[in-house]
Design a protein around this ligand. Structure first.
Ligand code: HPA
Length: 250
């Protein structure tokens, strides 16, 4: 089953006809909220609000391990993550929906692995390509079917938050090769890989990153929030299309 992890402004998937809410527990604790099972565009999906149903969890306090483990334990076989990001340079401008293909991780102090040595073994995963290519291709097809623009490719930088970045930090991310910046992509993606769950992300650009473009002096947080609400409709149309494609393709 496809699982969708919704980020800021996708707390509830309004297009989802919910049939069941599951309060899950895992060896790592409780996930951010209930797993919502239901139908999206007539197909079964599972939904989890990353920041909790009431949007109460900041990025560094999300129990990423519990989230990924709970989804897997309840039948998820693939994960599409939705996140809002800051765009570091054109063409990653506000309103754009991007499908990143690479990541940089600047987070710290998060429980970031299932392989913590507790079982007496040392395990590594290959993470050369952090996003699942098959799932990315399906999202590209879905966007085409839904006639929604999708910016294919780009490097997602995960910062610790919850504060936004300084202008100098964004310059450094740009020098490092980042195109967009968010706070939740890691360790989420790595944990999914550790459990062999194909994972891809749709990143909605809601603001120019600190010190760039319209955010040269400051980020207009209210404008970013407004855009997140209005532009999420395009993301939802891509999700509706991808569930049908996945269903038909399997
Ligand atoms: N930086 C980090 N995370 C974000 C941003 C940003 O500018 N916008 C939305 N999430």
């Amino acid at each position: 089953m496809l699982a969708i992890i919704g980020g800021s402004s996708l707390n509830r998937l309004s297009a989802l006809t919910a049939t069941r809410r599951v309060t899950a527990s895992t060896p790592y604790g409780a996930p951010s909220g209930a797993l919502v099972l239901g139908r999206l565009n007539r197909h079964e999906v599972m939904f989890l609000a990353r920041h909790g149903d009431a949007h109460h969890l900041p990025p560094h306090q999300i129990n990423y391990r519990a989230n990924i483990r709970a989804l897997r334990d309840h039948g998820a076989t693939r994960i599409i993550a939705v996140a809002t990001v800051g765009g570091i340079a054109p063409p990653f401008t506000p309103g754009v929906v991007a499908l990143p293909d690479q990541m940089l991780d600047y987070t710290w102090g998060r429980a970031a692995t299932f392989f913590d040595g507790a079982d007496g073994t040392v395990k590594h995963i290959d993470f050369t390509q952090p996003y699942d290519e098959d799932l990315r291709v399906r999202l590209i097809d879905a966007a085409r079917h839904a006639d929604e623009p999708l910016m294919v490719g780009g490097t997602y930088a995960a910062t610790q938050g919850p504060r936004l970045e300084t202008a100098a930090e964004i310059k450094r991310l740009a020098r490092d090769g980042a195109h967009m910046v968010g706070m939740t992509g890691m360790p989420e993606a790595a944990l999914a890989r550790e459990l062999n769950l194909p994972y891809a992300a749709l990143a909605l650009v809601v603001n120019a990153a600190a010190g760039t473009g319209a955010s040269a002096q400051a980020i207009d947080l209210a404008a970013a929030e407004n855009l997140a609400h209005t532009a999420m409709a395009g993301v939802i149309r891509i999700l509706e299309a991808v569930v049908a494609l996945i269903h038909d393709g399997d």
